[in-house]
Design a protein around this ligand. Sequence first.
Ligand code: GLV
Ligand code: MN
Ligand code: MN
Length: 403
Amino acid sequence: MKPNPDRFLSDLHELRSFGASGVGKGVIRPAYSEADIAARAWLAGKFEEAGLEPHYDPMGSLFGLSPEPNSILLGSHSDSQPEGGWLDGALGVIAALEVARAAREAGGPPVSVVSFQDEEGRFGVTTGSTVWSGRLSLEEADQLTDSAGITLAHARAAMSEVTGDFVDPSRFTGFIEMHIEQGPWLWEAGEAAGVVTDIVGIRDMRITFHGEQNHAGTTPMHRRKDTFQALSEFNAAINERFRNVVTPQTVWTIGHVKLHPDAHSIVPGQATFSMQWRDGDADRLGRMEEIIRETADEVAKVRGLEVSYGPMLGLEPVAMNQMLRSALEESAQAVAPGAWRTMPSGALHDATNVAVHMPVAMLFTPSINGISHAFEEDTDEADLARGLEVLAGGVARLGGAKA
Ligand code: GLV
Ligand code: MN
Ligand code: MN
C-alpha cells in the first residue's frame, strides 16, 4: 500500500480553506458553523471520489463507508475550536481518506473514514461520538447549549437536509485515530511518532454564582454580593485544596467566564464559568469534583450568594487495544527506527467514545513548540508525511484482521 503524500497534503491544505482565519494557518470552523457544514460537504465529495459512500448520522458526523464488509474505521473530526489550528482533527480525517484511497488502489484491506461532529465541545465533550457511543441520547444532547445559549437541537437543524440514521458500528473491525500530539514531547525529542497507550479522563461543567447586580460607584464594599469576587476566591481556594490530591499530570482549567451584565460600572450579579479537569485516574477525578462543589458552596454561603451547577459532562480514562497498538508500533519502528515512543494522551479524542463499540488505537505526530488550540498550531510537513506512512503501515499489517 503506497499512500500519496502530495495528494494528502494538498487535500489537507484545501480543507484549511474552509473557515481560514487569515492568521497563519489557523481556522475558525466550530461545529455546525457555515464553514463546518461546507467543509463536510466538500469531504463528502472527496469520499465519493474515493469510492466510499458518504453518510451523515443524525448529529452530522460524516462517514465515508467502504462498500466491503468488515472495514477498519479511520478518522477524527473536522470541526475546530473557536480559534483553532489547521491540523487538530483535520489531520486524522485526511490521513484516513488517503489511506482508504491507497488501500483501494493496492487491493488492500477495506477502509472506512469518519469525521465526527462537535469533537471540540461547542455543546458538550466530544458530542458527536458520545451520542454514537450511546452514552448520551440524542434527546439529551438536544438540550445542551453552547456558551451563547443556543441549543444543539437548533444548531443541528441546519444539517437536517443531509442527515440520516446512525451507522451500525458492528460493520467495523476497529478504529484508529491519527492526531497531532498537541503537547511538546515528540517535538522536543525530535521524534516522528507517538503510539498512544491510553487517553485521560475528563470532567466538565458550568458553574454559576448568583449575587446582586448594583451600582459600582455607590454600593459600599461590605454590602456587595459581587459574583466576580466569589469566582476569584473560589479559584484561589481550589488551587490550594487540590494540592494534596493532584499529581503533576493532573490539569484543571477555567477557560470561559461570563459576567452579567458585563459592564465596567455594574457590580456583576451573575458569574457563569466553565470548570474542567482531567486525569488518568477516575477516583481522582471524583475527589476533585467533591472539592469543587464543597468550595463553591462554601464561598457562596459566606458571601450570601447562591450557586448552581450545569450538567456534569465527562469521559472515563480509556486504554488502547494491544493488537492495534502493536501494528502501529511495528510500523513506527519500520518508518522511523528508534525515533518514536509510546505515550499517554492528555487531550481528549473521539477514540474514547468509539472504544464502547470496538477496539481502538491512536497515533500522534509532533506539534511544533507543543502549540495547539491556537492559530499558531503547526507540524512540519515531513512529519505529517511520515505519520501518514506509519498509519498506512499499521493498517497494512492488520490486513483486515479483527482485533
Ligand atoms: C480536545 O480537543 C480536547 O480538548 O482535548
Ligand atoms: Mn482533536
Ligand atoms: Mn481539539
